[in-house]
Ligand binder design. Structure first.
Ligand code: UDP
Length: 139
C-alpha cells in the first residue's frame, strides 16, 4: 500500500560542507512536508544495520565508515507519490550521472559521498523511518 511517505538522510558530506539548509530548501520547494526530523550521529552498528542489504558489496566498509564519520540529518517526508518523486529530486546515485538541478548533481561529490539518501520503495521507507524515529516523533 502506498504510504505517501519517504525517508531521507542528509549524509555526513553534505552536513560537513554546510549544505543542510540549501537541501532542506529544495525539499520544501518540491512540496514535501516534514513529518519528523532530527540531527543525529549513526554508530557503526546503526550504519551496518541500516545498510545490511549491501553487506556483501565491495563498498560496504567504506560506506559504513563514511556514514559514521559525522552527524546526519534524518527526516520522514510526506507528499503524494513521495518515494518516486523524492528519488527524482535527488537524482542518480552517481552525481556524474545525475540530472541537472537534482540534489546530488548540486551537492554530491562522488558515488559514495552523494549528499543524500532516499528510500527506494514504500516498504523500505516505512522500515527506514521506524529505524530512526518512534511514533511519538512523527507529526
Ligand atoms: N555506494 C557506494 N559505492 C557504489 C554504490 C553505492 O559507496 O558503488 C553508496 C552510496 O552512498 C549509495 C549507497 O551506497 O547512496 C547505497 O547504494 P544504492 O545502490 O542503494 O544507491 P541509492 O539508493 O542511495 O541511490
Amino acid at each position: 500500500m502506498a504510504t505517501n511517505r519517504t525517508f531521507t538522510m542528509i549524509k555526513p558530506d553534505a552536513v560537513e560542507n554546510g549544505h543542510t539548509g540549501a537541501i532542506l530548501e529544495k525539499i520544501n520547494a518540491a512540496g514535501f512536508r516534514i513529518v519528523a526530523m532530527k540531527k543525529t550521529h549513526m554508530t557503526k552498528r546503526d550504519a551496518e544495520t541500516f545498510y545490511a542489504i549491501h553487506n556483501e558489496r565491495p563498498f560496504f566498509g567504506e560506506l559504513v565508515e563514511f556514514m559514521t564519520r559525522g552527524p546526519i540529518v534524518a527526516a520522514i517526508l510526506e507528499k503524494e507519490n513521495a518515494v518516486e518523486d523524492f528519488r527524482t529530486l535527488i537524482g542518480a546515485t552517481n552525481p556524474a550521472e545525475a540530472a541537472e538541478g537534482t540534489i546530488r548533481k548540486l551537492f554530491a561529490t562522488s558515488i559514495g559521498e552523494n549528499a543524500v539518501h532516499g528510500s527506494d520503495s514504500d516498504e523500505n521507507a516505512a522500515i527506514e523511518g521506524s529505524f530512526h524515529f518512534s511514533g511519538r516523533e512523527m507529526f
